[in-house]
Design a protein around this ligand. Structure first.
Ligand code: 5GP
Length: 234
């Protein structure tokens, strides 16, 4: 039996800490999607599924990879204030539905967004406590190599993306952390350490602090006996 839980709560206050909003962002082709998938294999996170007007690629599933919607639905959600952030990106719109994110944070879960840079900067404005992680390539040439090899974009588009990446790297001071995606497993381990260390800040450790203040009645009774015996020996 434990006692003084009530007292512990009185000493510490009762605030249930919300989870962290973790925003992973960076240039197109830098490997955000792969990092996210690997990270979620090792750290428990609530992944925020974005809404997009882009059609699904082969293998992508509605409600898993994205909520695939038409322009009208996207616009209605946007006009109704349903997005935490949204952006247009290469002819399509992308947005983070607000309600599921707020609910998961309130339950104390850490929420992961994987979004492009303009959206991440909107989150920074709306949610000053968000943890912004900026993923960078080892170099612009490596990024160019990745974009060329994945063969998804025209040469002209690749040059446009590289120029944009350069500008974004110039804005790095707006983010909290930088992770270099060179060796995948090292980048994943960096991300993991950032997220886990955030879970040790004082406001997230309330339950452990409460336990640390508890005195266990059975153990205390035994200890009293030992203390009395020790006292008798003197
Ligand atoms: P893709 O079409 O390749 O899945 O995504 C294109 C870009 O949009 C990626 O950089 C991706 O991170 C970003 N993105 C995905 N969902 C969102 C979102 O909800 N908001 C913003 N701002 N960007 C997003």
């Amino acid at each position: 039996m434990q006692y003084s839980r009530v007292r512990a709560k009185r000493v510490l206050g009762r605030n249930m800490a919300a989870g962290d909003l973790i925003v992973m962002t960076g240039a197109s082709g830098v490997g955000k999607g792969t990092l996210r998938a690997r990270l979620m294999e090792t750290v428990k996170l609530h992944y925020s599924i974005s809404m997009t007007t882009r059609p699904p690629r082969p293998g992508e599933r509605h409600g898993v990879d994205y909520w695939f919607v038409d322009e009208e639905t996207f616009e209605r959600t946007r006009a109704g204030g349903g997005f935490l952030e949204w952006a247009s990106y290469v002819d399509h719109s992308y947005g983070t539905p607000k309600e599921p994110v707020e609910k998961a944070l309130a339950r104390g879960e850490d929420v992961l967004l994987e979004i492009e840079v303009q959206g991440a900067l909107q989150v920074a404005k709306n949610k000053p406590d968000a943890v912004l992680i900026f993923i960078v390539p080892p170099s612009l040439s490596e990024l160019r190599q990745r974009l060329l090899l994945r063969g998804k974009d025209s040469l002209e588009k690749i040059e446009k993306r590289l120029r944009r990446a350069e500008e974004e790297i110039g804005q790095a001071e707006k983010f909290d952390y930088v992770v270099v995606n060179d060796v995948l497993k090292d980048a994943v381990s960096d991300l993991k350490r950032i997220i886990l260390s955030r879970r040790r800040i004082v406001k997230r450790m309330q339950p452990a602090l409460e336990r640390a203040l508890v005195r266990d009645a059975d153990l205390e009774a035994e200890l009293n006996e030992i203390a009395a015996r020790l006292q008798g020996r003197k």
